[in-house]
Design a protein around this ligand. Structure first.
Ligand code: GCB
Length: 594
């Protein structure tokens, strides 16, 4: 599946805006065929946006079940004769789409795109009605998991991840026009030898009997640097300009599907020439040891929830630059494709994570509630869950494989990993990831409950990724002991001979709360906490990265451990710095200069 583009042969039309919207508390819409005509009793809803925070009532904010979106759109009149499609960048957590009354596609998974050929139901120049039924219910067979419990007051949705279950159509929706004979996919792998780069490409095509593929590589000034013929091939780039962290450089690879001398289809793929490898305790980018600085982030903003908005993305990247961060993790789900494009452009390194968060019933009873379940069992996370998880990994790799910024896959965040059941669940998933992408390291994020010697899943990973809260959830307020115990744990992990990235460490901090001497929750304590953690990292050479939890404060479910959400941000939810942000800036800017 290729992302929509405007090229000499392709067109796209964004159909965002105010759509009709209706909650379906009784789940009656499918039986009553709400897609078959104009949505009754509808109110307006913004696309893209999470629907939760736009209204003022609790029913909408906490709704789970089916919600219906509808709009009418005129298919551009110039699209006659082409193949007309629909591309939804994300609908959380699953969706079914109808064009007038024809069901055209269903998709499972809330953070990855899906597409449908709608040509047989539309005509160029005419209006059609699009209806999308989005469902945000979490179950033991969804990624992420959840459960619905019956209570005397009705049903309640429970889940084990620490961010609000925002839902809706979160990213743009496109109508697309592509040639019937067309390119359908492209995969790019780059290698470097001295000063020469090689761009290997493979393509997939549709209805292309008798047609040929031509690949044209251009540099950032638009100058042609190499060409190749054939559905797969290699382009050689002498004196290559590498894509480097902090110094991005992108080539443009144009794939042309040709009939003799005429171009039937043209697709542009941006290419950053770089290599990624793990060598002993080192994480290498372009053969050089790389040290990750940055954050676990969230797609989370006031009012719009998890919607992708260019302006908000831009502010986040400006702050990453200001603070001296070179990387982030897409905790805890795949982010918007625009975010990855922009990371490619800005030279920011990305750890790309699936939405497999909360596969751990032993964790967080006090925070999330809903205890009394076994994580892996025939009744809970089971073979079906594993298949859904595997599909999710394949779809993530398919979407993001060509981004130079993506250097490492994280297939889960803090799952149960100390049991035999966890080992059995995860072993094949690492194989799935490696088969989908043999070029990048694969890991998962380990939780504090499964320390070195107990974790049974890290054996499959290329990199050790650790979330640790010494000085916050354990040894609260005791930073000397935290530093010592953290260092000891890191030294134990270092015996694995793999690079270690600290993917989370952090302390909740109320902006504006000051205390001398420093106490937990104050801005001073967050600074001291970071300093103590950093001393532990600096003492262990196998540590090759530090990503603070979190970039910014974010929304969560209600709980006695959360004050208006999770407050571990270095920045507030409206993206202003706490004292810790200034401290991180000092450290990371100095590291950059070294
Ligand atoms: C974690 C989770 C993250 C939470 C964080 C916290 O370990 O990975 O999703 O938000 O802890 O603040 O408790």
């Amino acid at each position: 599946m290729l992302r929509p583009q405007d090229t000499t042969t392709r067109e796209r039309r964004k159909i965002d805006g105010l759509w009709d919207f209706r909650l379906d508390a009784d789940g009656a819409g499918r039986d009553q065929r709400w897609f078959a005509g104009p949505l009754q009793d509808a109110r307006k809803m913004a696309v893209p946006a999470s629907f939760n925070d736009l209204m003022t009532d609790k029913e909408t904010r906490d709704f789970f079940g089916d919600v219906w979106y509808q709009t009418t759109v005129r298919v551009p009149r110039g699209w006659d004769g082409s193949s007309i499609g629909l591309y939804v960048e994300s609908a959380t957590h699953r969706a079914t789409v109808w064009v007038d009354e024809h069901e055209v596609v269903s998709h499972e998974g809330g953070y990855l795109p899906f597409a449908a050929d709608i040509g047989e139901h539309v005509r160029a120049g005419e209006e059609v009605r699009l209806t999308v039924c989005v469902n945000n219910t979490l179950s033991f067979q969804s990624i992420p998991p959840g459960v619905i419990e019956d209570t005397p007051d009705g049903k309640r949705q429970i889940y084990w991840h620490d961010f609000f279950n925002y839902a809706g159509i979160h990213r743009p929706v496109w109508l697309t026009s592509v040639p019937t004979a067309r390119l359908d996919d492209v995969t790019v792998v780059t290698t470097v030898e001295d000063t020469t780069g090689t761009v290997e490409y493979t393509t997939e095509v549709v209805d292309a009997a008798g047609l040929t593929v031509r690949a044209v590589l251009r540099d950032a000034d638009g100058q042609q640097v190499a060409t190749a013929e054939g559905p797969a091939g290699a382009l050689t780039v002498p004196d290559v300009t590498l894509w480097r962290p902090g110094a991005a450089y992108l080539y443009d690879l144009e794939l042309q599907l040709r009939e003799g001398e005429s171009t039937v289809d043209s697709y542009h793929q941006r290419v950053g020439v770089r290599t990624v490898a793990v060598d002993g305790e080192q994480f290498l980018i372009n053969g050089e040891p790389f040290y990750f600085t940055g954050f676990g982030m969230h797609e989370d903003h006031v009012t719009v929830g998890k919607a992708h908005i260019d302006a908000l993305m831009l502010r986040d990247f400006e702050l990453l630059e200001w603070i001296g961060a070179n990387s982030f993790r897409t905790s805890h789900y795949p982010y918007s494709e625009d975010v990855l494009d922009y990371a490619d452009e800005r030279g920011i390194v990305v750890i790309d994570e699936t939405a497999a968060v909360g596969l751990n019933m032993g964790l967080g009873g006090g925070i999330f509630g809903g205890q009394g379940y076994t994580t892996f069992s025939p009744e809970t996370a089971n073979d079906v869950t594993q298949q859904v998880h595997a599909d999710h990994i394949r779809e993530l790799v398919a979407r993001d494989k060509n981004h130079p910024s993506v250097v490492l896959w994280s297939i889960a965040n803090e799952p149960e990993s100390e049991t035999e059941a966890a080992e059995d669940y995860f072993r094949p998933l690492f194989d799935v990831a490696r088969e989908a992408d043999p070029t990048r390291p694969v890991g998962f994020v380990n939780v504090m409950l499964a320390p070195h010697g107990k974790c049974r899943v890290t054996q499959f990973a290329d990199v050790v990724m650790l979330n640790r809260y010494y000085g916050w959830y354990v040894l609260t307020g005791d930073l000397p002991a935290s530093e010592r115990q953290f260092r000891e744990e890191l030294e134990a992990w270092a015996t694995e001979g793999k690079p270690i990235i600290i993917t989370e460490y952090g302390a909740d901090t109320m902006p504006g709360l000051h205390q001398l001497p420093a106490e937990p929750w104050s801005e001073e304590y967050q600074v001291d906490y970071l300093d103590a953690n950093h001393r532990a990292f600096d003492a262990v050479p196998a540590v090759v990265g530090e990503q603070v939890w979190n970039f910014a404060d974010f929304a969560t479910t209600s709980g006695i451990m959360r004050v208006g959400g999770n407050k571990k941000g270095a920045f507030t939810r409206d993206r202003q710095p706490k004292a810790a942000a200034h401290r991180l800036r000092e450290r990371w800017q100095a590291m950059k200069e070294d």
